[in-house]
Ligand binder design. Structure first.
Ligand code: 1CP
Length: 355
């Protein structure tokens, strides 16, 4: 492992492990992105996947929000869709539309198009290089989070060929071709485990698995097609790196909370439709919870954001909570409102510990 500067703020790592801290740590999903003019300036000159593929650029945009706000973690600038790329699928980022696969996996018979046992270091070495460079350039200011998409969410994109409202084609596979679905999920899982272990070797200090479309499954399909693979990922990564906290964000999967507590994930991310108090009642102090302000709350004025932060912090309590939004930031968010969110979390959570 390369030699890195000593960490000056380890709040998020300590809270993930269940320790008490003087304030609640905070970061924001999609904190690097289009709402920042300095990100837009980089994107005006470079294509999305060129930023992802060029360590100097990826490091620059990863650190942009850290320079601007008092955040407690950085998340490496990349995308969940680099895994389908490593499996041999072409992914384009279409302006104003999002990701597009010109040639998705339309039928189970097309699974043979995916690369068998891809060389992850060869295919995704640019992400490792970006992590190593970013960790050096962060100079120990905050921990660096690595991430991957979850198998089910990635299966959705690979079959649909891009974003979709209901992932109908991918969900049809679960019933029409369950055996093929499992083969695709297992293949993706194997790559994800190797990829996440490689990210830690390259410098990631915490890892998040994004199951953004978990909420499209029901309790039974989640237990059959999502949970076993999420578990394999946690077990595989923990075997190699037991010290690295793991976060799972299964958006919309209300029914999965109890199941997820029983896995090796240290942190469970909640979206904004879940009630912090109710979630805490289910999980107790067994895991750390992360979230969960509605990203649209950032359209409100300063007072509205502050009150929302107070409610959220009161709901989660002072222990085992990492503050975040309940999903990613939007491109038209005002950066100054993000600042109010971050600063309010720090101020209010410190006050809460003194009453
Ligand atoms: O033109 C642009 O700049 C594209 C916007 C953008 C950005 C900034 C995309 C396209 N991806 C990203 C970066 C990104 N994506 C990060 C790193 C930056 C950070 O968080 O600060 C991360 C962690 C992701 C993860 C990601 N990509 C997820 C999981 C989180 C979530 O939002 O649920 C998903 C689903 C994607 C796919 C994706 N990539 C980009 C878009 C617009 C989408 C969503 C497409 C859709 O289904 O509608």
């Amino acid at each position: 492992m390369p030699d890195f500067p000593p960490l000056q703020n380890d709040l998020i790592l300590r809270v993930a492990r269940g320790e008490s801290t003087r304030r609640t740590p905070v970061w924001m999903m999609r904190q690097a992105g289009r709402y920042l003019p300095e990100y837009q300036a980089v994107r005006a000159e470079h294509e999305f996947f060129d930023v992802v593929g060029t360590p100097e650029l990826a490091a620059e945009v990863t650190i942009q929000p850290i320079d601007r706000f008092d955040l407690d973690a950085a998340i490496i600038f990349s995308d969940i869709l680099v895994i389908p790329q490593a499996l041999g699928l072409e992914v384009q980022m279409v302006k104003g539309k999002g990701p597009h696969f010109p040639n998705p996996v339309r039928e189970p018979s097309e699974l043979s198009r995916l690369t068998d046992d891809p060389d992850v270091h060869e295919e995704l070495g640019h992400v490792y290089d970006a992590l190593t460079l970013t960790r050096k350039e962060l100079n120990g200011r905050v921990p660096l989070i690595g991430f991957s998409g979850a198998p089910w969410t990635l299966m959705g994109y690979m079959i649909e060929g891009g974003g979709s409202k209901n992932y109908k084609k991918a969900r049809a596979w679960l019933y029409e071709a369950p055996e093929a679905a499992h083969r695709l999920l297992q293949k993706t899982t194997d790559v994800i485990i190797e990829y996440l272990i490689g990210q830690v070797d390259a410098g990631a200090q915490m890892l998040q698995v994004f199951d953004s479309w978990a909420g499209l499954l029901g309790p039974k399909t989640f237990r059959t097609f999502a949970l076993p693979y999420l578990k394999q990922i946690a077990e595989g990564v923990k075997e190699a790196h037991p010290e690295v906290p793991l976060v799972v964000f299964a958006k919309g999967a209300h029914y999965a909370l109890e199941d997820l507590v029983e896995t090796e994930y240290d942190v469970i991310g909640l979206d904004w439709t879940m009630d912090p108090k109710a979630a805490r009642l289910v999980v107790g102090e067994r895991v750390t919870l992360q979230g969960n302000l509605d990203p649209c709350m950032l359209y409100g004025d300063e007072e509205t954001i502050r009150r929302a932060v107070q409610d959220m912090l009161a709901g989660f309590g002072s222990h085992r909570h990492i503050a975040n939004l309940g999903h990613g930031m939007h491109p038209d968010h005002d950066p100054e409102h993000a600042r109010v969110f971050v600063d309010s979390v720090h101020e209010v959570s410190e006050q809460m510990r003194h009453v």
